[in-house]
Ligand binder design. Structure first.
Ligand SMILES: [Mg+2]
Length: 286
């Protein structure tokens, strides 16, 4: 894990204010997990796909197996750069047969958050397709919002847009809403690069904005997904990231399985676990 990535995850842990299990993590098979759990929360990006590539050879088989066993599946994703219909189309092309109601995105949480915030206008940083989440929440894009609110879903390279956002966030009582807290993400070739969460951190350090994070590892995405099921439902989060999927599951009080391999190599995971003080319930190879 990169030093800055680690620093950001530590800040997330502080915000979440949780203590963690110290039991030893066991390697489990999907069959064992299917025996023990009813509800499977799956990470999307990095776990099932990376653009139009499979990251792990068994990703498709994993979903098919869980379906065959009659398990309930929900995709819990920090994808906030494009509407769910577009995400579903990309997944369908790759053979993942998810329905709209099986997807909970951090972008969709903006509608819920805005019932509390009542924001009408905001400056937006991210891909144009992500504006759909603002529209759904009743928020209009504005170059100069009446109240200083910036919503961020992705890294923006244009200097003018960055400067504009910083200028807005330096105003009194400003708010930065982060639709994707992931600080780092893998590229198709396996290299890793800073993304939305790292960009948000860069903006925060230059301003005094109040920050609102939506999506993993923060708990609303889990509570929203869990609220449709009885309390007795045995749920587990499966993902490729220690600092978002596993941390989020720990904070939400559910078990987790961390997929070992390209994105989280077996050789380095122990060191990251010690540095962050968190550990998944299981490791999984797919
Ligand atoms: Mg991931």
């Amino acid at each position: 894990m990169e030093p800055l990535e680690l620093e950001i995850h530590k800040k997330y842990i502080e915000r979440l204010n949780v203590s963690f299990q110290t039991t030893e993590t066991k390697i489990n098979t999907l069959e064992q997990l299917a025996f023990k759990y009813d509800l499977f929360f799956l990470d999307a990006f990095g776990t099932l796909y990376n653009q139009n590539h499979y990251v792990y050879p068994g990703a498709l088989e994993m979903v098919r197996y869980l379906r065959q066993k009659g398990k309930t599946i929900r995709l819990l994703t920090n994808a906030a750069s494009q509407p769910v219909v577009k995400l579903l189309k990309e997944l369908w092309v790759m053979g993942f047969d998810f329905l709209h109601e099986e997807v909970v995105t951090s972008g969709d949480l903006l509608t819920l958050e805005n019932q509390k915030q009542n924001i009408q206008e905001a400056f937006y940083l991210g891909r144009e397709t992500g504006v759909a989440f603002l529209e759904a929440a009743g928020i209009t894009f504005s170059e100069n919002p009446k109240y200083p609110v910036v919503i961020l879903s992705n890294v923006v390279r244009e200097v003018e847009l960055r400067e504009k956002a910083i200028e807005i966030l330096k105003r009194p009582n400003s708010k930065l809403i982060v639709l994707n807290p992931d600080p780092w993400a893998p590229s198709i070739d396996g290299s890793r690069k800073p993304v939305s969460g790292a960009f948000a951190y860069y903006l925060i350090q230059q301003t005094n904005a109040e920050v609102i994070y939506l999506g993993k590892p923060f708990t609303t995405i889990f509570s929203e997904a869990l609220k449709k099921f009885p309390k007795s439902t045995k749920a587990i989060m499966i993902g490729d990231s220690l600092g978002t999927d596993v941390l989020g599951a720990c904070a939400a009080g559910i078990d987790s399985a961390l997929i070992l391999g390209r994105n989280t190599p077996k050789e380095s995971v122990a060191e990251d676990e010690v540095k962050l003080g968190i550990r998944p319930t299981y490791y999984l190879n797919i």
